[in-house]
Write a protein that binds this ligand. Structure first.
Ligand code: ATP
Ligand code: MG
Length: 290
């Protein structure tokens, strides 16, 4: 009996959050880094289905970094990253598209359905949801700016939101693979953090949550649980933030500037990290504020 009462009081604790977030939209970015372990993916998606059932409009954007690297290794291709972005030549874009759409996206949709949720998956290029142009990385060397060609990596120029709204309005979870449609119908690889940020910014959603394989933004061993835009910019300059955390940090800043209320980074390897972040006062991970 005591145990049951405790469970009921936990449910009641969530009430103000359920009231606050009902009918609000959350973009959840699932990092490829957390998708290696089936039980972890199942846990995260079960939490996402819970949110959807609680009346929150959930959009999932997923990455696929680790699986893409593994598929490239298998094909005898080396992975190279500049500023956290994958250098994507013609052979690589074929692999990226195959892994993201046929494997990861399809797997996530199937899993959500098996958990009793309803989801529709698609490549953002197929539906023309994300339009893009070629992205270059600008690097400064000896005071001179250098433009680096990183291949078929897209910079989002326009978003066609209709397919996303249409799904949300019929209570489906859109599961979006981060590819973009470029000139001449060419498909481009878009960093999933950037795609999630652009979609969240355009839809002015309540929350943008990055689920990854670290607790949040770390300074050495210390977790930085709450940061301002200026602090994140400083950490990037000081190279405390590197690699895959760069597009994530830049995306968080951009999303906030575009009207997203809150952005978070959480560790998908922690059980129920998504629910803990949303339904408890203290939260976990790193929160970025304006
Ligand atoms: N200051 C930092 N704090 C935390 N992690 C950092 C920091 N600097 C760099 N990182 C790296 O960023 C990584 C997370 O980004 P990564 O791109 O690898 O994962 P993801 O975005 O979740 O997956 P995917 O790119 O497949 O979608 C961490 O595993 C860590 O190695
Ligand atoms: Mg990444």
């Amino acid at each position: 009996m005591k145990e049951s009462i405790k469970k009921a009081s936990i449910l009641v604790e969530a009430l103000p959050y359920l009231q606050q977030y009902r009918n609000k939209t959350f973009v959840i970015k699932l990092g490829g880094s957390t998708m290696e372990d089936d039980s972890i993916v199942t846990g995260i998606l079960r939490d996402a289905v819970f949110l959807e059932q609680a009346g929150i409009r959930v959009i999932i954007v997923h990455g696929g970094g680790k699986a893409i690297t593994a598929a490239m290794n298998k094909a005898g291709l080396k992975s190279e990253f500049i500023e956290g972005l994958r250098v994507t030549d013609k052979a690589t874009i074929g692999i990226v598209e195959k892994v993201l759409v046929n494997e990861i996206n399809a797997g996530l949709v199937k899993k959500i359905k098996s958990l009793g949720g309803t989801a529709v998956g698609f490549s953002a290029a197929d539906n023309g949801v994300l339009h893009c142009k070629k992205e270059y990385v600008i690097k400064e060397e000896n005071g001179k700016k250098k433009k680096i060609d990183i291949g078929f990596v897209g910079q989002i120029t326009d978003i066609y939101t209709h397919p996303i709204y249409r799904l949300l309005n019929v209570e489906r979870i859109p599961v979006i693979a981060p590819l973009g449609l470029g000139a001449e119908g060419m498909v481009y690889n878009i960093n999933a953090d950037v795609a999630a940020c652009e979609i969240a910014g355009r839809l002015k959603v309540e929350k943008l949550i990055f689920v990854t394989d670290v607790d949040g933004i770390m300074n050495g061993k210390e977790l930085l649980s709450s940061l301002s835009i200026a602090q994140v910019e400083k950490l990037m300059k000081e190279k405390v933030i590197t690699g895959g955390m760069i597009p994530k940090s830049k995306s968080m800043i951009k999303a906030l500037k575009r009207g997203v209320q809150k952005t978070h980074i959480i560790n998908g390897n922690i059980e129920h990290s998504l629910l803990l972040e949303i339904f408890t006062g203290s939260g976990i991970g790193t929160e970025l504020y304006k």
